[in-house]
Design a protein around this ligand. Structure first.
Ligand code: ADP
Ligand code: ADP
Length: 231
């Protein structure tokens, strides 16, 4: 992922907010990146740019050296479904569907056969330690279990990138640690690029680099070795 001079301006009547003021940054395949910064600093906006969920006002976002702005609607949908897995603070599972139905949905969209998606869905639920809960609906699962279903769903189509927006934000400390360990495992074992906006200090220990955002700009970028000292 590469961002080049990315700005984002929100206009609401006479009120103009410069949420991003010229962000330049590259993320290598397989890196684990945490984006940190105070509320309102632009983390969600940056996250939406990296995830091709919103377009920059000026500047460019490249994924695999493809300029996201040049993609048509079909290619964009493909990118969002196949290349990127999304994890949200509020889990965003479909409440009327069971765990296995939530996990297999992206594979159904991707055109997999029933045999294939059921088998892979169970493999993924096993990976996150929830195989025995496959027929439970989100309301019958704890917060940590729901987030694990969301992680399994994010992996459905073998994405190169996982984008996680405050993935531990609604979880207690120990459950949050489990999710962080799971993300770290995906990063090391599957070489998935993990990009996470977070307030969770625990996340810093597993990150390769931490990007500190302040007032719409990258304030500083810290490598893991240096981090240990500053915490
Ligand atoms: P963070 O995620 O770090 O809390 P955001 O990226 O959500 O920050 O917001 C950065 C700034 O942009 C804030 O001033 C916020 O109010 C503004 N902003 C974000 N999204 C919108 C939007 N859709 N419309 C108008 N202003 C927005
Ligand atoms: P967080 O700090 O947890 O990232 P935010 O409150 O910053 O959450 O943003 C949540 C969502 O609301 C984001 O999608 C953001 O784009 C949108 N948003 C934030 N500020 C505004 C705003 N002033 N007007 C409209 N939408 C906003």
């Amino acid at each position: 992922v590469r961002l080049s001079e990315v700005t984002k301006v929100f206009k609401m009547g006479n009120n103009v907010v410069e949420a991003l003021k010229g962000v330049n940054f590259s993320i290598k395949a397989g890196e684990y990146i945490s984006i940190m910064g105070p509320s309102g600093s632009g983390k969600s906006t940056l996250f939406n740019m990296i995830g091709a969920l919103d377009k920059p006002s000026t500047g460019r976002v490249f994924i695999d050296e493809v300029d996201v702005a040049q993609l048509d609607a079909y290619e964009l949908a493909w990118l969002r479904c196949r290349k990127i897995g999304y994890i949200f603070q509020t889990f965003n599972l479909i409440q009327v569907m069971t765990a296995i139905e939530n996990v297999t949905l992206p594979m159904i969209f991707a055109g997999m056969s029933r045999d294939e998606y059921m088998e892979k869905g169970m493999v993924l639920l096993r990976l996150v330690g929830l195989a025995e809960r496959c027929h439970h609906k989100p309301s019958e699962l704890s917060g940590g279990q729901q987030q694990r279903v969301a992680v399994a769903r994010a992996l459905a189509n073998d994405p190169a990138i996982i984008l996680a927006d405050e993935p531990t934000g609604n979880l207690d400390l120990s459950t949050g640690e489990e999710i962080i360990a799971l993300l770290k495992q995906l990063s090391t074992e599957r070489k998935v690029t993990i990009i996470s906006a977070t307030h969770d200090i625990k996340m810093l220990n597993v990150s390769d680099r931490v990007v500190w955002i302040r007032d719409g700009r990258i304030d500083r970028v810290e490598e893991r070795d240096k981090l240990k000292i500053s915490i």
